[in-house]
Design a protein around this ligand. Sequence first.
Ligand SMILES: [Zn+2]
Length: 113
Amino acid sequence: MAFMDDLKKFGKNVAQKSSDMVETTKINMSISQEKEKINKIFHEMGAAVYEQYKAGNDVGLGELCMQVAEMDAKIAELQAKIMEIKNTAKCPGCGAEVSVETVFCANCGTKLK
Ligand SMILES: [Zn+2]
């Protein structure tokens, strides 16, 4: 009956391995969830550091902040390009996008011309 015993053992091993896999997958999902939470906090930390940098405080991460500032400038440049294409401008009063033909901002009433 050695063959039957081996077969039973084999079946048991397969069942064990599959339940191990389910357990491992569950644990890996928990790890991913925790990592996501960490990334969210890292994002908040980074944004807080950048705000301090913009306010003129030395936060010790000047090089990284400078890189973000360069990207911010690039984004502003690209947004200006879009506004040029769409024939719009930013209201100096509230920052809303308004047509260059508009005399008063529809959002805050600032005189534009
Ligand atoms: Zn406005």
